[in-house]
Ligand binder design. Structure first.
Ligand SMILES: [Mn+2]
Length: 195
């Protein structure tokens, strides 16, 4: 079976089908209807070595809000489901990722307790059809649904495309590290005995 899962989620606003494999090779097949969002999810899969297939039919005639937020909910649920009982995972992961003039910090604790801190201001309302304020909504949804402590902070940067892409890549690298298996860890890495 491995650390993978399929999830379907249908509401009056979105219809989402996702296949997710934590131990993939970075293969992605992404169709959200939002070009820049597809580009970001591709980067996430590639740089985290996750396999990710997503098809989203969202109410883009309204705006991009529900499509992006609900994709975050489903990705978070997929991460949680694929992790299973979290046996032998490293639990913590972090990355400071440079991308040209941009520098982004991301830190993850797969603690089972959702917490979300986001400090990355943007200077443009959109990149392509993607509304920049949705970056925060997306990662908030991922954090809640996966029960992950997630910190994202822009340390430097000017170009909004770079800043957002830096965030998705930094998250991918931090999550890749946190989900890695460590043979020294018997059970889960917690003095409480549960994550
Ligand atoms: Mn790019």
């Amino acid at each position: 079976m491995g650390r993978s899962c399929n999830i379907s989620r249908v509401t009056r606003e979105t219809d989402i089908k996702m296949n997710f494999d934590l131990d993939g090779s970075g293969k992605a097949e992404i169709k959200t209807g939002i070009g820049f969002f597809d580009h970001m999810l591709n980067s996430f899969a590639r740089h985290g070595f996750f396999d990710l297939d997503v098809v989203v039919k969202g109410d883009l005639e309204v705006d991009t809000h529900h499509t992006i937020e609900d994709t975050g909910i489903v990705l978070g649920s997929a991460i949680k489901k694929a992790l299973g009982d979290k046996t032998s995972i490293k639990r913590y992961g972090s990355m400071i990722l440079p991308m040209d003039e941009t520098l982004v910090l991301c830190a993850v604790d797969l603690s089972g307790r959702p917490y979300f801190r986001f400090d990355a201001p943007f200077t443009a309302e959109r990149v392509g059809d993607f509304e920049t304020e949705m970056v925060k909504e997306f990662f908030y949804a991922v954090s809640c649904a996966s029960e992950m402590n997630l910190h994202i902070r822009k340390l430097d940067g000017e170009n909004n495309h770079h800043i957002i892409e830096g965030i998705f890549k930094a998250f991918a690298k931090a999550l890749d590290e946190a989900t890695m298996l460590d043979g020294r860890i018997n059970g889960v890495l917690s003095t409480k005995g549960t994550l």
